[in-house]
Design a protein around this ligand. Sequence first.
Ligand code: IPE
Ligand code: IPE
Ligand code: MG
Length: 231
Amino acid sequence: MKSNKNFPSHVAIIMDGNGRWATRRKMSRLAGHRQGVEAIKRIIACAGDFDIKILTFFAFSTENWKRDKAEVDGIFDIVRSYLDGSLEELDKNNVKITVMGDITRLPQDLCRHINLALAKTQNNTGLIVNLAINYGARDEIVRAVNMLIDEGEQISADDISAKLYSKDLPDPDFIIRTSGEKRLSNFMLYQAAYSELYFTKVFWPSFGKRHLKRALKNYSRRERRYGGNHK
Ligand code: IPE
Ligand code: IPE
Ligand code: MG
């Protein structure tokens, strides 16, 4: 794989299928979310093998508040204990954590843990792990446009990019969605204009290095044209 230069540098993952993974095993949905964290750890651990520079994980959408309160609270608990348990090691491995989304709406304690993780890893220069939490692309675009209106400027496409949560990151080269659903579900709508999309039936908790490798191999065969001529 290393010999092939056609690697995506920014890989964004819509981690879907935790609930179905658990239900099929007669487990609770939260058990599925817990296994989802194990998959996140697996993918972070092997990102370097594939020369991936940025990993974005869609963890909680602005629409996921529609779920039962117990599930929402449970997901937040799982994210908090992930940060609690993994921050030291991530930091030691030079991982820089960033977030997309309105984290001020999250429970205070979780928000505090996230801010701690951001501060602790802000000067790290290795893999960027970008967590999309309480993230919705429409919300992000509306927020950006409102900021520009406040500044009273004529708006260009670059101006909007500069106000998105992802302003410091390049657009994703490759977006992977697990669980067989073929939609973006309000994920990175602006940034995904020329992203390559990949859908797999594998549920997120079962996703591992071999699935990532297969996805990246598929990416490597694609020709990105950005509206230009065929080669
Ligand atoms: C993805 O898994 C994780 C979140 C959206 C938080 P789901 O919880 O959506 O799993 P399914 O789609 O119900 O199987
Ligand atoms: C998308 O999955 C959101 C995340 C992966 C966090 P959903 O399960 O919420 O999406 P829909 O409802 O199937 O479109
Ligand atoms: Mg889902």
